[in-house]
Write a protein that binds this ligand. Sequence first.
Ligand code: ATP
Length: 211
Amino acid sequence: MMDGKGIPRAVIERLPRYFRYLGDLRDNHVERISSQDLSVLMQVTASQIRQDLNHFGGFGQQGYGYNVNFLYTEISKILGLDKKHRLILIGAGNLGQALVNYVTFETRGFNIRGIFDIDPKKQGLLIRNIPVLPMEELQSFIRDNDIDIAVLTVPKSEAVGIAELLVKYGIRGIWNFAHTDLNVPKDVVTVNVHLYDSLLNLSYQINEREE
Ligand code: ATP
């Protein structure tokens, strides 16, 4: 599978990891790194790194390696991090509140503007200074605040219906933590974070080693 620019999906999926390593290198004032050294650090082959990064015009230079800051900036543009995103979160339960309290969103340009919940006991609360609002205000809030992303942390039984509303109200991306897959039109992006699936993956791997 390719994205719109002909970059294999598998490469795109590896980009956040490159981005994280390059960010750490940058924070440690490393100016350049060879694909060899990066490969040792990231535990992937140097040839994979070269192949992956060649998709973006090959930022490396023979005998010099990669300019860390330049590569970091280019990847951040590819990931769309040069643009600001305005988010809402729906479902102010345990997981939803934990996510809102996870401060590093802001440093990456993700701005949480509002939280929505059906429970009147939660409405009116402030979580990190962001108000919990009633669902009746969802549509006008999305429109008036130019919201492009919704984080979904409602129970599974509610998620599909709420996703339909979000699509109708013009949301462009859904970060879905509900334990169900959503059925949205192609022009709306969903990324699932199914925590339980990943725990099952861990369980499988432990099991495999025991055998
Ligand atoms: P709590 O016990 O505090 O509600 P929880 O994490 O166990 O926390 P869940 O049942 O997973 O709660 O629900 C997550 C949140 O989603 C809750 O705050 C709940 O009020 C909210 N919620 C449930 N249904 C809807 C809905 N249709 N629209 C908006 N929010 C909803």
